[in-house]
Design a protein around this ligand. Structure first.
Ligand code: NDP
Length: 291
């Protein structure tokens, strides 16, 4: 009896807490490498699994993590919007954005959060306080939406959305004005965008530059001047033409790795309750991406 009890105890103590990343295609996603390094450094006995899940299996995959008692996970392309109908609740930001990239289990419920924008804003705060700043966001896709909503919630003075597809850009502008209560306007992107002198922060939230160190964001770089903060969401490669040109003109720059690390820090804290080591996470990312 005593032996059996001891065996049962050691089995339950040895069961690790689980989180995951679901996406498709998800091979090459660096988050597992970063998280598992951070778990080890923080001395928490957790595992992070990367799971290739096609859209038609999303419902059963979420059912699966419920059944197996996962503590939550990250959801990436193409599941950020689709996962919502399988969850029990959303944070304010996730509800506004209509997208979830981080799920946490609270009791028996799975709650959706969006940490992309929060990760960006936290990384931005390392350079400047966003409140009262005039911001240009290039793009109106998932990353732009998350960043613009979070900047609106951080009380920036005005957001200019610059997007190639006017309908998508206008939809984001309407969301910012109607639901986030921030001044916003749309510029339909044609040719090189000219940055106004009073702009404080310019963010490339498009996928231009992803996997291509020579790709050029169409911008009149002579309109950038010292004092402006220029940020890129692209993290691979982290040194983009956009940031190189901005840096040459004396702007302060912020690469996409900072956003990735910071959204990882937020997820880690939400799941484990522990603060991870940001340096361990950044170094793990750089090692994984062979930088
Ligand atoms: P989406 O596909 O949702 O949006 C892409 C955006 O880029 C759209 O606004 C699109 O414009 C614009 N775009 C793409 N190509 C061009 C082009 N040639 N000229 C002008 N505009 C263009 O992608 P996401 O928002 O999900 O991702 C965008 C980037 O953000 C990716 O590189 C991704 O890796 C990165 N990312 C980084 C994160 C981090 O932690 N650092 C986190 C999340 C994303 P249109 O509407 O006209 O098509």
């Amino acid at each position: 009896m005593l032996v059996q009890l001891a065996v049962e105890q050691s089995v339950s103590e040895s069961i690790q807490q689980l989180v995951c990343c679901m996406g498709q295609p998800v091979a090459g996603n660096p988050t597992q490498f970063m998280m598992e390094r951070a778990f080890a450094a923080a001395g928490v006995d957790w595992r992070y699994l990367t799971l290739e899940v096609p859209p038609e299996n999303l419902a059963s995959a979420v059912q699966g993590i419920r059944a197996m008692g996962f503590c939550g996970g990250n959801f990436t392309i193409p599941h950020k919007m689709a996962v919502i109908e399988h969850l029990d609740g959303l944070s304010e930001a996730a509800e506004l954005m209509g997208a979830v990239n981080c799920v946490t289990r609270v009791g028996e419920q799975l709650i959706g959060e969006n940490t992309d924008g929060k990760g960006f804003v936290q990384s931005l705060r390392g350079l400047t306080e966003p409140a009262e700043k005039r911001v240009v966001v290039l793009g109106a896709g998932g990353a732009a939406r998350a960043i613009a909503v979070e900047l609106g919630l951080s009380k920036v003075a005005e957001i200019t959305i610059v997007n190639r597809t006017a309908e998508r850009g206008q939809e984001l502008v309407n969301l910012l004005i109607d639901r986030v209560d921030v001044a916003a306007k749309l510029v339909t992107w044609e040719g090189d965008f000219e940055v106004e002198a009073e702009t404080d922060i310019i963010i490339n939230a498009t996928s231009i530059g992803l996997g291509n160190p020579e790709a050029r964001v169409p911008l009149d770089y002579t309109t950038l001047s010292p004092g402006k903060v220029v940020a890129d969401v692209v993290f691979n490669p982290p040194e983009t033409v956009f940031l190189r040109e901005a840096s040459r003109r004396g702007c302060q720059t912020l690469d996409g790795l900072g956003m990735l690390v910071n959204q990882g820090i937020i997820g880690f804290k939400i799941w484990t309750g522990v603060d991870p080591d940001p340096i361990v996470m950044r170094e793990a990312l750089e090692e994984y991406l062979e930088l």
